[in-house]
Design a binder for this molecule. Sequence first.
Ligand code: SF4
Length: 648
Amino acid sequence: MNRYPFAVEPGKPYVQQVGEWVADVFYDALPEAGFEVRDEQIYMAFQLEKAFADKRTIFAEAGVGTGKTLAYLLYAVSYARYHRKPAIIACADESLIEQLVKPEGDIAKLTKHLGLSIDARLAKSQDRYLCLNKLDRARTEYEDPELYRELYEQLPAFVHKSEGMQSFHAYGDRKMYPHLNDRQWDKVNWDPFQDCFVCDKRHRCGQTLSREFYRQSADLIICSHDFYMEHIWTYEGRRREGQLPLLPEHCAVVFDEGHLLESAAQKALTYRIKHESFEQLVTRLLKNDIREILAVLIDEAIDRSEELFVLLDRHSRVVPGSDRREVRLNGELYGAVARLRGTLDAIEEELVFESELYTLDGYQLRIVEEHLEMMQKALGLFQSSGSLICWATDSPTGLTLVIMPKAVKEVLREGVFSRSMPIVFSSATLSVNGSFDYLADTLGIDRYLSFSVASPYEYAGRMEALCPLREGESGFSGKLKAAARMLLRTGGRALMLFPSREELAEFQAAVSGCEELSHLDFVFEGEGEISRLIAEFEANETMVLCAVTLWEGLDVPGPSLSNVIVWSLPFPPNDPVFAAKRLDAASPYHEVDLPYMLLRLKQGIGRLIRSRDDSGLVACVASELQENPELTELVSGLLPEGVELRFG
Ligand code: SF4
């Protein structure tokens, strides 16, 4: 069987032949199958050929409806087959990776119309999988024991028995439990404090088994930006521990919605330290026949860690609207960090002696050394307060200290962009005032190719943009009335976008008592697994989908999405990450808050027109638009040509 999607001519550059095949697909095969092929798409395909031929990074900025996904998929699959290594497609969010493989998605289209069978497998984040240890606890400890007992009973038989490896298969994916809401799921999914390295269930755990499955993909592995960044960040550490990296060797990467990569990189490059986990880890060493000096140091380190977390509790405060606690760095905290670091240094030295005595199991020793090294790196960032962003999060088992380096570009330059490999950034919004330098600079990209193509759609006459608040309508009740009018106007069929979970929850509580909307079906993000909620929304034409994370990437053409209602302007949250960015800016509002809000809003507006036949309205019920002419002008500037913002 020919592994290539076309007959390859020996002696002719392969990527050139891919380019010719892609041209045939766009000029002949797809039009014959009834597809409308656009000049912008063909232009994009030719630009991608250069990036793949020369193994370069390319910024591919293409408006809605350019068909950019089909173009990059054709190159990625052909390239993967040539190199016998999969290409990675990294999507902005975990909820979006299912969109590519859905039955009417772009991969299925290529299979159907070109007869191209594509091996595409999903690499989901660890927290999308059930943790057997947490499930055991949930069955006995939490308020819904029946629910968790049922999950336990549905586990594959091999989880409980000692059967041969060949009968194992991946299971425990979040998608298998659509009936669990996010709060219920959080009680049983993997979290960063699960110590999988030393877990005796790891060979029967769905999370580890899923890795073995996607690693075997011949063509594409689809993951989120976060997951790809975690792969980069943990690559060396995992190899040192004798573990496989999260992703296998690959030949190319596509960052879909690539403008969001910086925040994913920052998120992945975070360190998490928790007193309880540290104590459990080092206490295990005490069970071995170790020297007294090490045992004393371990006790001292536990005391120092406890002291640090007591101070952290005292010097951090809850930030309204965020689940992160702001940490007020001061001399007391710096002192506690320095003391803990000093004791960790001494433990690390003693472990070197201990390893020579062979009193500790080699594997266990490596795990502890890795953990201590991670803590040293993280706490070392406190030496220069300008180089870190930190915050604390609460949980029933105590505070977690989260530490993030401010600049991620060195890690990205070294781990990603210095490699000789085609890397495609694909998005409708990559440039600022026509230049890609801002993005390139924040990501550590020194050389790149780029191009921009506009959306081929006609917006004038198809899209209406409104600020529907009337005279005297203000506050929550005013917004609710205006939103209700808009929902009634389109008979549901709406995506409502909220900037925070708190605002969504407030609306959810109010709408249940709203008589005039009682005939409409609402579905709220967090009520179930997100791709199931999206599928429900697509299938039930008049449904209203209320979401916090779907400002980007949601692609629902047709009448189900005829109305995008923006509940509040999506300014960034008041959390430590943005607080740090604001501190570094000369004009925080204009340099941090406003650009973030405008980019997000533009993406949200972009959810409405997803095909040439789509039409509908975008309504923003934020009162700032009535009160602030500067803001109104900026928001009007986001609208496609021929569309004007109207009031009332
Ligand atoms: S391997 Fe990790 S996720 Fe799986 S059961 Fe063990 S601790 Fe939980």
